[in-house]
Design a protein around this ligand. Structure first.
Ligand code: SAH
Length: 256
């Protein structure tokens, strides 16, 4: 059996309880060495075989899983954040399916959420934005034109860009071409939840210089939007003048 486990964004105690249990029971661990906190590997049991996938191809990863399966062993494939976001898990699952190797997936705390906690923000503020666009600038992996940052920017939703910290100049151009104001707030979170976490507050206009000045060119998320500002409406959920399924509005006397 293969367990795809989300390791969380960095801090070792941000793996889920389930994920940690799988990790402790694993006979084989294949971890994404570039971003998974190595402290998590200390949870491995004695004799566990540990592989760093940063040095491996897809074929090599699958070969390790296949061999372990042949010996009746449990493999944990430890991915950073949550496996479903830029995790390259689909291709692994398809290979396992082809070999009739069973697998299950344990979700993790994505860096998307690690960054929000670091910034102490809410991505979805009433009166500002009720949607979060998760995307990336085009690098080696092509992005369909209809999903270019320029196109997505027209929604003026909260936007969180993965894998784009080396492309800040292009990100700025695309955001402006898509209609963002030069002074729209932007935050960059480097290594959210790690001890070396860094936060940068800037604007669309100043993004490239600010990132360069701070020396941030990888392992960061770029958060764009007015949810980083001060204006918003309070939620209806806790508004005294609204009735909800759990609570009647303040002047709602009577009834059942
Ligand atoms: N599955 C992961 C994302 C993997 S793609 C997740 O859910 O978080 C790798 C990209 O994720 C990095 O280039 C960076 O943009 C982002 N990333 C991963 N960990 C991060 C962290 N702790 N802080 C900021 N960005 C992070």
């Amino acid at each position: 059996m293969v367990y795809f486990v989300g390791a969380g964004p960095g801090a070792e105690d941000l793996i889920t309880v389930r994920g940690l249990n799988y990790l402790r029971r694993a006979d084989v661990i294949i971890y994404a060495g570039s971003l998974v906190n190595p402290a998590l590997l200390e949870e491995a049991k004695q004799g566990c075989r540990i592989y760093n996938s940063a040095y491996m191809t897809l074929e090599e990863v699958i070969a390790v899983m296949e061999e372990a399966e042949g010996e009746g062993l449990a493999t944990v494939r430890l991915h950073t954040g949550d496996p479903s976001i830029y995790g390259a898990v689909r291709e692994q699952m398809d290979e396992l399916d082809r070999r009739n190797i069973a697998f299950s997936i344990c979700p993790g705390v994505s860096s998307l959420f690690g960054a929000a906690s670091a910034l102490q923000i809410e991505y979805t503020l009433p009166g500002v934005s009720q949607s979060v666009i998760i995307s990336r600038a085009e690098g080696r992996t092509p992005v369909p034109e209809r999903e270019s940052i320029r196109e997505l920017a027209t929604h003026q939703s909260t936007m969180v860009l993965f894998l784009s910290s080396g492309l800040a100049g292009k990100v700025k151009q695309e955001l402006l071409a898509g209609g963002y104001h030069t002074d729209t707030p932007v935050a960059v979170v480097y290594k959210a939840t790690w001890p070396e976490e860094k936060i940068l507050h800037t604007t669309v206009e100043k993004l490239p210089e600010a990132m360069e000045g701070a020396g941030i060119c990888k392992t960061a998320l770029i958060v764009i939007g007015n949810v980083l500002g001060n204006e918003y409406q309070k939620s209806k959920l806790y508004d005294a003048s609204f009735t909800t399924g759990y609570r009647k509005k303040a002047n709602d006397f009577n009834t059942d």
